[in-house]
Design a protein around this ligand. Structure first.
Ligand code: SAH
Length: 350
């Protein structure tokens, strides 16, 4: 099997260069081609000789994302990409423009095993984990695509909120983080990177201990076990008390605020009583709640709460001392919620 060269750290690339009989400085050149110039092939590496490029090509693979489909919002310029991987699998990523810069939302797996009942990504389970290089490639392909229009285009923030559960592909995600924050690559600040999880508690503790600089986001979606057990099977393994305790530890150890995602689903988790219970359980925690109007997915029957309900819910949380925002829905006109483009491309339900 060929070496997945884009998943290697600079130190590992130096070892590889040595094995191939290349001088040490070549490793840095290759690293910069891959991670700064976002090169898709060895042919682009023009400061290497033809022979050197051929040798690399023979032994190594550059895992890429090619654009299968791209939807651009006319409202706010949000771009949604459907990418094809080298083995023909599809994944999705989104580019969003905020005042502070460009954010890319990346996928961490092809599909997902977490089985949240409202989510389209998990319907056929997890096909496979993404390699570190494949998570990077989403950012690099988007960078290349946008540099065509703006030579200085630069991604400043990353959110691991696309398809998949990042903490269920933990080692590869950690390596992705190491590579994307590296000064010889895109050099994105760790604090500008958010990892979102449905609540894999032991991994949250590991992150707190080893990588406290990343921002943590937790998909909570319910104020208690009764509701959460029903919509998020992961809750049967680590319940809300265990999850919230891990979140408290995160905020204490890191002094950083935690974000809770809460998708508002009509008559499921959106009552006044739910809001009061949520406020009570989060009281005193350094946190923030993001209310998201649920995306209606063809494959299930959930309906989004109406705007009045969301506002009312938000008011109760605020009155209970919990900072709350109603997420501005970017790209409303290309609204294909996560996992849906991929399903369409596979000839999934229409
Ligand atoms: N597995 C991780 C990363 C996925 S992030 C996690 O669960 O956090 C994608 C976010 O979108 C999660 O908060 C997820 O719960 C949410 N989501 C999934 N389906 C949705 C839907 N139909 N409407 C609104 N949010 C949804």
């Amino acid at each position: 099997m060929k070496t997945d060269i884009k998943s290697l750290t600079l130190a590992e690339l130096e070892d590889l260069a040595k094995e191939l009989g290349l001088q040490k400085f070549r490793a840095k050149q290759i690293y910069e081609w891959l991670h700064r110039q976002c090169a898709k092939s060895f042919d682009e590496m023009t400061n290497l000789s033809k022979e050197q490029r051929a040798k690399l090509d023979e032994l190594c693979e550059i895992k890429n994302c090619s654009i299968e489909k791209k939807l651009v919002s006319k409202l706010d310029g949000t771009k949604k990409y459907l990418f094809r991987l080298n083995d023909g699998e599809f994944i999705e990523s989104v580019l969003m423009k905020y005042k502070y810069g460009y954010t890319v939302c990346v996928s961490s797996q092809v599909g997902c095993n977490m089985k949240c009942s409202f989510c389209a990504s998990t319907i056929d389970g997890c096909v496979r984990n993404l390699a570190p290089s494949e998570i990077l490639s989403q950012v690099y392909a988007i960078t290349r695509d946008n540099r065509k229009e703006d030579r200085d285009f630069r991604v400043s923030h990353i959110v691991l909120m696309g398809m998949g559960e990042p903490l269920d592909n933990y080692e590869n995600v950690l390596r992705f983080l190491e590579l994307i924050t590296n000064g010889d690559g895109l050099n994105i600040g760790a604090r500008n990177i958010s990892i979102s999880t449905c609540g894999i508690v032991p991994k949250i503790y590991d992150l707190i201990e080893k990588h406290p600089q990343y921002t943590l986001s937790v998909s909570l979606h319910a104020p208690n076990d009764e509701i959460r057990d029903r919509i998020m099977p992961v809750n049967r393994k680590w319940n809300t008390e265990e999850l919230l305790e891990a979140c408290r530890v995160y905020t204490k150890q890191t002094s950083r605020r935690i974000s809770f995602e809460y998708a508002m689903m009509k008559d499921i988790n959106d009552t006044d009583e739910c809001a009061r219970e949520l406020a009570k359980r989060l009281k005193g925690m350094l946190c923030h709640v993001n209310l998201i109007p649920a995306n209606e997915v063809r494959e299930n029957d959930y309906q989004r709460s109406n705007n009045e309900r969301i506002k009312e819910f938000s008011k109760i949380l605020e009155a209970g001392g919990i900072t709350t925002t109603i997420r501005r829905s970017l790209g409303g006109d290309i609204d294909a919620s996560c996992g849906q483009l991929r399903r369409q491309s596979k000839g999934g339900e229409s």
